[in-house]
Design a protein around this ligand. Structure first.
Ligand code: MLT
Ligand code: ZN
Length: 493
């Protein structure tokens, strides 16, 4: 390409556009692609990968439903490089898929249409701690567990937590407003974001909220970025709020005789104990997690289980826990239970819940991730269970989740002999019915995994037409050329 036609950073050249690949088409991935030659020319230090193993690795997330087919993978090492890539991508109309730990379950980080994957994994430094503000500044590629460790090193905690902690990155957590196992105590990711630096789809760097606790100065774009699934901007730095460590806690596993008991026990325990977590799973989930190496903690067959963790700093709180358990037993809401006597036992009980996703992964389950208000859970559960039993006569349905905050995970396993396409079509049909049920109960088709590719057809079951129109308008403002994560959230870009 002649020197005069290259585009680096902010320079523009309309004449060159005609020859460039339109967003969404699948080019032959190779460093000989002129777009990549140009990008490398603009940013000689940029790490760019095009080997097929890398395209495969960086082009997928945990959904494993789409065949990865990115143009290439860019691994910027600085905000300046992200800015330059975004400015170049705007000029050349190259679609960008922002990428973190790729542990997502909705296809939000899938690159299957010739996009440039922009992986933030090299931007993985903890930048600083402010003891007065009690904030930690991090780059987006920092793994959640490293955030936990860094906070711990300063005698504080970053309390958002879930099973993928060892591989998910904070940038991805922000993009999906990740929830997890301690939402009943601490809320979702958005509660812990004090500030963000973001490169918009248009290639501008914004510094949002700057760690302020109070800032009543107009629209809060920081919160708009949280949960936007990489469709508005790319987080290049986050300031996270930290808090005091919780008091010593205890972990209890309960076996329950029926579904109604789940919310009865929750209501009882919530009034008696300072709960940190209240999670449930079914006998199906238990069977998978045991087969995957977890240890059985309660003998016998029980249809439902709860793992709960609560503050138990002193004898009084420990006695309150036993009293709550005994009361649940007397009322017939609980059939058995164990309480961990050591950290190792607590971890073993948590593994029964946290190991479920991994134990199901070989089946590549079809996932629903739904929520209703806590008060609506009992009625919704009944309708949902009847629907799943009726619509999935052959498939194994494994459900579990964060019942204490109204979030249920439904994992459907493809029956032997049913082709993948037919299975997905069946699941989509059931999801449409489920979406209608959720609508009646005022719920959401995506509680914490995001809409991504998987749920975009059902967005209108949760958000009104007016809201979706505004969402599209907002996207246009932040990403006028529609290059950021096209096809995610909205089917048409
Ligand atoms: C979990 O809470 O374990 C995951 O968010 C759920 C899932 O794998 O469906
Ligand atoms: Zn979850």
């Amino acid at each position: 390409m002649p020197e005069s036609e290259t585009i680096c950073g902010t320079a523009t050249l309309d004449a060159a556009r005609g020859g460039w690949q339109a967003v969404g088409m699948i080019p032959e991935p190779s460093m000989s692609d002129p777009r990549l030659t140009e990008l490398s020319g603009c940013l000689p230090g940029l790490r760019l990968l095009t080997a097929s193993a890398d395209l495969e690795h960086y082009g997928r997330d945990w959904t494993r439903r789409w065949t990865p087919a990115p143009l290439a993978v860019a691994l910027p090492a600085s905000t300046e490089e992200v800015l330059a890539i975004m400015r170049w991508a705007n000029e050349r109309r190259v679609a960008i898929v922002p990428s973190g730990g790729r542990t997502g379950l909705s296809g939000g980080a899938v690159a299957a249409n010739g996009e440039l994957v922009l992986s933030l994994e090299r931007m993985n430094r903890v930048l600083g701690f402010d003891a007065v503000d009690r904030t930690l500044s991090v780059q987006p590629g920092v793994i959640l567990q490293h955030v936990h460790e860094a906070a711990h090193g300063h005698g504080l905690v970053y309390p958002v937590d879930f099973a993928a902690r060892g591989s998910c990155s904070i940038g991805g957590n922000i993009a999906t407003n990740a929830g997890g196992i301690r939402v009943i105590r601490y809320g979702n990711t958005r509660e812990w974001i004090a500030g963000l630096k973001v490169v918009t789809g248009h290639g501008e760097l914004l510094e949002l909220n700057r760690g302020l606790i109070k800032n009543s100065s107009g629209y809060d774009f920081r919160q708009l970025m949280v949960g936007s699934e990489g469709t508005l901007g790319i987080v290049v730095e986050a300031t996270l709020r930290l808090t005091d460590p919780p008091p010593p806690s205890q972990v209890m596993l309960l076996a329950l005789p029926d579904m109604d008991a789940l919310m009865q026990v929750f209501a009882l325990f919530r009034t008696r104990l300072p709960l940190q977590a209240f999670e449930f799973f079914t006998d199906h989930a238990l069977r998978h997690v045991l087969a995957h190496g977890a240890q059985r903690a309660i003998a016998g067959d029980h249809p439902y289980y709860v793992v709960t963790e609560f503050d138990a700093a002193d004898e009084r709180q420990q006695e309150a826990a036993l009293a709550a358990f005994e009361q649940a037993l007397e009322r017939g809401w609980v059939s058995d239970g164990v309480i961990a006597q050591s950290e190792a036992q607590a971890a073993a009980l948590w593994r029964l819940r946290e190991g479920i996703t991994e134990s199901l992964a070989p089946w590549r389950p079809y996932k629903n991730d739904v929520s209703v208000r806590i008060s609506a859970v009992p009625a919704f559960l009944h309708e949902m269970q009847a629907l799943l039993a009726r619509e999935y006569p052959r498939a194994e349905v494994v459900w579990f989740g964060h019942i204490g905050d109204g979030n249920l995970h439904i994992n459907v396993l493809r029956p032997d002999g049913l082709a993948e396409d037919a299975f997905i079509a069946q699941c989509e049909h059931v999801t449409a019915l489920l979406a209608a049920t959720l609508q009646r109960h005022g719920g959401s088709i995506s509680a914490e995994h995001g809409i991504g590719l998987v749920k975009r057809a059902y967005l209108d079951s949760t958000r009104s037409a007016a809201e979706i129109a505004l969402m599209r308008g907002v996207r246009k403002v932040f990403d006028p050329n529609g290059i950021l994560n096209p096809g995610k959230l909205f089917a048409d870009g």
